[in-house]
Write a protein that binds this ligand. Structure first.
Ligand SMILES: [Zn+2]
Length: 162
C-alpha cells in the first residue's frame, strides 16, 4: 500500500490548525511522503527546514504542531513522515520542531505539558546538547550543532591562551 496524505485531516478550532490521523499507525510506519512545494533560503512560520539553507512549504503538513513528546518524525533526508510510536485513529499528529529547525523565524512558548518540555521553542541552536540527544535529529541539524560546538571550543582555546 502506498502511503498518501488522504489519511490526514486538518482540524481548525478557533483559527488554530492541527493535523489529525484518520487511521491508526504502528511505530515505524511511513505515514506519507513529505511534500516539497518550493524551496527557499529563508524560513517562515509555515516552512520546514530540509537543509542548511533550504526551507520548503510542505502542503498539508504545515498544520503539524510542535510537541516535546511527539508522535511523528519528519525525516528530511528521505522526505518521509514516520510514526514515532503507535498512533490511534483521530489522534493529533505532532513533531519536535528543533529536529528540523535550526533557528526559527517565529519562536513561541510551548505548553505541551510533557515532563521533558523545553518551554521555549526557537530552534535547535538554542537547546543544550543534553536535550537534543533525546530526540531524533536530521542530518543538517547534527552538522550545524557540531559546527557550533567546534566554533565554541575554538573560542575557549583562544581565551585560554590569551
Ligand atoms: Zn513542550
Amino acid at each position: 500500500m502506498t502511503p498518501t496524505m488522504d489519511t490526514l485531516a486538518i482540524r481548525t478550532e478557533n483559527k488554530f490548525k492541527s493535523l489529525v490521523s484518520k487511521r491508526e499507525y504502528h511505530k515505524g510506519d511511513v505515514i506519507c511522503e513529505m511534500p516539497s512545494e518550493n524551496v527557499m533560503d529563508k524560513p517562515n512560520r509555515y516552512t520546514v527546514q530540509i537543509g542548511r539553507n533550504q526551507h520548503t512549504h510542505v502542503g498539508k503538513l504545515a498544520a503539524l504542531n510542535h510537541s516535546c513528546d511527539p508522535n511523528v518524525i519528519l525525516d528530511t533526508e528521505n522526505m518521509l513522515m514516520i510514526a514515532r510510536r503507535d498512533i490511534a485513529r483521530g489522534e493529533e499528529l505532532s513533531f519536535f520542531y528543533p529536529s528540523t529547525e535550526w533557528e526559527m523565524n517565529a519562536p513561541f512558548i510551548c505548553l505541551c505539558g510533557a515532563p521533558n518540555c523545553i518551554h521555549v521553542v526557537a530552534g535547535a541552536r538554542f537547546l543544550p546538547l543534553s536535550t537534543l540527544e533525546d530526540h531524533y535529529l536530521n542530518p543538517h541539524i547534527r552538522e550545524m550543532m557540531i559546527e557550533l560546538l567546534n566554533h565554541t571550543k575554538h573560542h575557549l582555546e583562544v581565551l585560554q591562551t590569551a
